[in-house]
Write a protein that binds this ligand. Structure first.
Ligand code: PLP
Length: 425
């Protein structure tokens, strides 16, 4: 029944259902361990014959509340929360890729994910080929190898703000018999549900809109339960796992095989679990996610339109604007809005960009996106200042680029602040 609720209802009522006399609100179970009455019960837990909580690295009741809710909202079968968005992407890949195997990924990824794929995964023997998301299906297929085990992309690219052509990517993944893994951080399930467009696994940096108030770093993996792991390419899911007395994940857990393996094998061994307090805050954040995403999107579109006619602005990048290259894809996949992040070019280059940030009063200079407060960053004079201009432009950062994560304050106040900061820059 919860599956048929509207997402606004799922956000409030999903995940945690108290019995009579239990707390109305998902409690913070700040406990590493759980008590049992029999050795047999504990043995069953270790053999994965019982699903109760055992140790908070592997599962925790507060975290389970958050996981259940986000899985419901994304339309997946189950979820695994992690200590950061980076941990979610790492586990999502490591769960199906080993040394000697390969991933194809869109080149327009968040810088941290790009670095994970370009530098750290190769050190573990996993190579990643980056492709232009605008390339044709045939060109993307050409990047695949016999050892390729996943196709990875973002719904809304960070910071390029290009919208993914799900139809094309899902068709390529299907033809190549690998899962399509989507980072849905910027869109959130309120604006787009990638599993409905052919994705198989969804990851999030919960640090952004899911938390929504910039209190906690975290991530989550949602399993669509819709990929055939027994197609001969994923023996780690179909063949015996020696670390569980020869258990076979697909045989024992069916559509939950991927997410159960990620939890009981990788989370057990790597330990990138969230603190219960953070899971509590992510669950609380989800309750207002639909309302916030509506306002973020509305405010960002209004600010984008304002900037588009401003004399100090040379260009504006927001997929909700009719002249944006992704506008048609945005209408198709993000009909409720294009989220809260936009970029624009300030006339006067690096110097004006730095001045703009200093001139802002309400829109704070913060290295973050996706929380209730508006914030801004001028990458050329901050995050990307060590790079040459050439390196900056290869990563999509021009000297004049300003990024604003538009918050949910009143739009008149946001516009007034941006206007005065621009005019004085
Ligand atoms: N994915 C996207 C799209 C992001 O923007 C970020 C962080 O900014 C991450 C993943 C990484 O998440 P975290 O900072 O929670 O590790």
């Amino acid at each position: 029944m919860k599956e048929s609720w509207k997402i606004e209802t799922q956000a409030i009522q999903g995940g945690y259902s108290p019995e009579a006399t239990q707390p109305r609100i998902l409690p913070i179970i700040q406990s590493t361990t759980f008590k049992y009455d029999s050795a047999e019960h504990v043995a069953k837990l270790f053999d994965l014959d019982a699903a109760d909580h055992m140790y908070s690295r592997i599962s925790n009741p507060t975290t389970a509340g958050f996981e259940g809710k986000i899985a419901l909202m994304e339309g997946g079968v189950a979820a695994l929360a992690t200590s950061a968005g980076q941990a979610a992407s790492t586990l999502a890949i490591l769960n199906i890729c080993r040394s000697g195997q390969h991933v194809v990924a869109a080149s327009t990824l968040y810088g941290g994910t790009y670095s994970l794929f370009a530098n750290t995964l190769p050190k573990m023997g996993i190579e990643v080929t980056f492709i232009d998301p605008n390339a044709s299906a045939e060109q993307i297929k050409a990047a695949f190898r016999a050892e390729t085990r996943a196709l990875f992309a973002e719904t809304i690219g960070n910071p390029g703000l290009n919208i993914l052509d799900f139809e094309k990517f899902a068709a390529v993944a299907k033809a190549k018999q690998v899962p399509l893994i989507i980072d849905n951080t910027f869109a959130t399930p309120f604006l787009c549900r990638p599993l409905e467009h052919g994705a198989n696994i969804v990851v999030h940096s919960a640090t952004k809109y899911i938390d929504g108030h910039a209190t906690s770093v975290g991530g989550v993996i949602v399993d669509g339960g819709n990929f055939d792991w027994s197609n001969g390419r994923f023996p780690e899911l179909t063949e015996p796992d020696p670390s569980y007395h020869g258990l076979r994940y697909v045989e024992k857990f069916g559509p939950l095989a991927y997410i159960v393996k990620a939890r009981v094998q990788l989370m057990r061994d790597l330990g990138t679990c969230p603190a219960p307090m953070n899971s509590f805050l992510f669950n609380l954040g989800l309750e207002t996610l639909p309302l916030r995403m509506e306002r973020h999107s509305e405010n960002a579109l209004k600010l984008a339109r304002f900037l588009a006619q401003h004399p100090k602005v040379s260009w504006v990048n927001y997929p909700g604007l009719e002249n944006h290259p992704s506008y048609q894809l945005a209408k198709r996949y993000l009909p409720k809005g294009c989220s809260g992040v936009l970029t624009f070019g300030i006339k006067g280059g690096v110097e004006s960009g730095a001045k703009f940030m200093e001139n802002c009063r309400l829109v704070a200079l913060v290295v973050h996106v996706g929380d209730a407060r508006s914030c801004t960053l001028h990458p050329a004079s901050t995050t990307h200042r060590q790079l040459t201009e050439q390196q900056q432009s290869a990563s999509g950062v021009t000297p004049d680029l300003i990024r604003i994560s538009v918050g949910i304050e009143h739009i008149d106040d946001i516009i007034a602040d941006v206007d005065q900061a621009l005019l004085n820059s």
